[in-house]
Design a protein around this ligand. Sequence first.
Ligand code: FAD
Length: 415
Amino acid sequence: MPDVVSVNAVTPAFADITTVGVGGRIGVFVQPRDRVGLIEAVEDADSRGLPLCVIGGGSNLLVSDGDFPGVVVRDARQGVSVPDEVAPPEGGEPMVHVNAPAGTNWDDLVSYCVRMGLIGVEGLSGIPGTVGASVVQNIGAYGQEVGRVVDSVEVWDRQDKVTACLRASDLGFGYRTSLLKRTMYQAPAVPDDRFFPTPRYVVLSVTLVLRHGSAARVGSVQLAGALGVVPGSVLPLGRVRQAVLAVRAGKGMLEDPYRYLTDWMGSCRRAADLEEALTAVQDDIHGPGGGRVLLDRHSCGSFFTNPVISREAAAALPEDAPRYPAGEGGRAAHVPMVKTSAAWLIDHAGFHKGFALGRGSAAALSDVHTLALTNRGGAGSDDLVALARAIQEGVDRTFGIHLIPEPVTPGINLV
Ligand SMILES: Cc1cc2nc3c(=O)[nH]c(=O)nc-3n(C[C@H](O)[C@H](O)[C@H](O)COP(=O)(O)OP(=O)(O)OC[C@H]3O[C@@H](n4cnc5c(N)ncnc54)[C@H](O)[C@@H]3O)c2cc1C
């Protein structure tokens, strides 16, 4: 029996352990405290043919309100280590490896790296969730993506029942995707029942390779604007992190830190980092928006990915629609593709910030971010699904583009 905090005693509902705060009761909830316990808990569920969901911070999950008659495993391990504090220079630059178990809170890791003068993840400050899940969807923001600084990922392979060390080059990182994520789907948003809602490869730990230094280049135009500098400027790491957190706070793109004061989330963040997040939110909640500021954070972040479309489809969009080069893709795999903005499409299809299907509906678009579907208090999964479908249909009707949800949606069909 793995070393666990709780097994099948009182279990939480997904609503208790996800940022959007919806989802049904969980059959068995297991929180392994060590690596072997994590593997055993996963293997135990798989060998008994039970539905399995390995959960991190629950910030990229929209789960149905129906009961989940399976096992939810949450890695209780936290911490960051630097195996090679004085690493030999690679390519002339002092590189440092940083390792963390999957259960470590992502922003705790970023905060550690910024304090230690390690460059490469400061732009990813404030993204909710865990280190384990960060590599599943290749989190990204403000010109950085975790996949660019991953050295290797240690996984438990649920199919071959072995552990493996996957190098960055094995992980097939792309825009909000990876080899890990692709094992859950037959096609975009179409689950592969063998593994969904958790990949074939369960992440045990992640090793990043970062550059030693005290200042970072600000590549993102939006971030440079917030800092009052020109893109490409080099600024102290701590200042970049604070600017990212401020911009994210203004867009409701930080999680509600009060969730870590609840029974089921209580042990999931490093105390000092939680204290900092709680202090930072004080100004916002006592400002003009009051408590609504926190409700804007009860979401899964961006609900739809930015569509990557053919050049012909992009040409058919209105002139002012955003268009960015997106490499090559399509069925022939060598067709130049274009990325457009899901937020722009949603807004121009008539779904503006704060939109809800009915007056006073508990599910609404964020007041400050068109791409976030929020739970204003008491929403059920059906409310959020109805809103998501209305947006998908509206964008489809207006622009002929089908939006793909970014979160993992067990028990919910949003194809
Ligand atoms: C307010 C807000 C802002 C956000 N901003 C961003 C952003 O800027 N950029 C961005 O990329 N994302 C963003 N997100 C989405 C989300 O934070 C990330 O996808 C995050 O990496 C999810 O981590 P998690 O631990 O919460 O995963 P969960 O929601 O717990 O799980 C998501 C998926 O990962 C799987 N998973 C979890 N742990 C493991 C593991 N150890 N091994 C294998 N699979 C695992 C789960 O089974 C599930 O399929 C935002 C979300 C919110 C709520």
